[in-house]
Design a binder for this molecule. Structure first.
Ligand SMILES: [Zn+2]
Length: 98
């Protein structure tokens, strides 16, 4: 389990991402934030295909799709980039360790 924290430049809220790589593909993430925009996703376990999410363009990302549904100004919010970054870093660590 790895924790990543960053601040969204639009909402000016801290976003903390806990990521745990389950196997070569699946990552479980949990988001903590006091940003009201992200509330529907906070403290829920979200399973994603880490490799896909890192490679996929925004338009095809499942994570972006999820964020789009709950966040009004997701275009200018950096939450997506922060979470994607965390998934990428976590994936890098996982492959270093195995
Ligand atoms: Zn934001």
């Amino acid at each position: 389990m790895c924790k990543y924290a960053s601040r969204c430049s639009l909402c000016n809220r801290t976003l903390e991402v806990q990521a745990q790589q389950q196997d070569m593909n699946i990552v479980k993430i949990k988001i903590s934030s006091d940003c009201p925009n992200l509330e529907p996703l906070v403290n829920r376990t979200i399973c994603l295909d880490a490799i896909y999410e890192v490679i996929a363009p925004k338009e095809r990302s499942l994570l972006y799709e999820l964020l789009k549904h709950c966040h009004q100004q997701i275009e200018s919010c950096t939450a997506y980039d922060i979470i994607k970054d965390s998934i990428g870093q976590n994936l890098g660590r996982y492959y270093e360790l195995v």
